[in-house]
Design a protein around this ligand. Structure first.
Ligand SMILES: Nc1ncnc2c1ncn2[C@@H]1O[C@H](COP(=O)(O)OP(=O)(O)OP(=O)(O)O)[C@@H](O)[C@H]1O
Ligand SMILES: [Mg+2]
Length: 237
């Protein structure tokens, strides 16, 4: 459905806000944010608890709509799309990774990855072939028949990365993907994300509390009270 018009902006946010109303209270979870993200960037978002990181990620993932401003993704204005089109964008163009992995416990690693391909209508054989390939790329070829409960945390997150890539999305959105992992395992997971994003030209936007993780990004953003703080110069790594 989406045409890629060369390089350039994947996201363009102009004065984007998400205000929640709870009773008479108003929470400006995301407050008038301007932000461009290029194709292929690896962006880390940091900030204290409650600063709006997850809310911003939900907007980027078309899981939620801004209450103000304009948000364009891959040349389409998401605020103008209906639920049906938003669902298509989510299932075809966006991969999600969560802190708690969210694998289906009764399905093996490969079945978890293959299930993600059902909505795009791949037949069984193609699903199996692509699933095998993806598990190999995250270094888990030998664990494909394992249930999640038989995998370590880092392995479960690698399955979740393979699953997120199943439909060849343009962007991977990760909310604290290393939050439940020790620092060495976190390093390995970030290394895999970096490798895959480079090889597959997938843009990555990752929320993290960990400086070691954010340092590996090509750009670091900081949020406070729903706003983006002044952006430091890009790191050279
Ligand atoms: N559905 C909602 N209804 C009302 N308020 C909400 C809702 N979701 C988030 N908020 C509020 O918006 C603010 C930002 O929340 P958000 O979850 O984006 O923070 P965060 O930066 O991800 O925090 P954490 O690091 O703890 O995950 C918080 O003050 C939160 O209470
Ligand atoms: Mg959060």
């Amino acid at each position: 459905m989406s045409e890629t018009n060369g390089n350039g902006k994947l996201y363009k946010l102009d004065n984007v806000s998400r205000v929640f109303r709870v009773g008479s209270q108003e929470v400006r979870a995301v407050d008038a944010i301007d932000l461009d993200i290029d194709r292929g960037e690896f962006v880390a978002i940091q900030g204290p608890s409650g600063s709006g990181k997850s809310t911003l990620l939900q907007l980027l993932g078309a899981l939620d709509k801004p209450t103000g401003g304009s948000l364009s993704f891959d040349g389409r204005e998401l605020t103008k799309l209906g639920q049906g089109d938003l669902t298509k964008v989510r299932s075809r163009d966006i991969g999600f990774i969560f802190q708690t992995f969210n694998l289906i416990p009764t399905l093996t690693a490969e079945e978890n990855v293959e299930l993600a391909m059902v909505p795009i209508g791949l037949n069984r054989g193609k699903r199996r072939a692509r699933g095998t390939d993806l598990l190999e790329q995250v270094g888990l070829a030998s664990r494909s028949k394992h249930l999640p409960s038989k995998l370590s945390g880092g392995e479960q997150q690698r399955v979740a990365i393979a699953r997120a890539l199943a439909n060849e999305p343009r962007v991977l959105l990760a909310d604290e993907p290393t939050g439940n992992l020790d620092s060495q395992t976190a390093d390995e997971v970030v290394a895999i994300l970096r490798k895959l994003s480079a090889e597959r030209e997938v843009t990555v936007v990752l929320v993290t509390h960990a400086d070691e993780v954010a340092q590996r990004a090509s750009r670091r953003l900081r949020m406070r009270d729903g706003k983006l703080l002044d952006q430091p110069a890009p790191s050279l790594s």
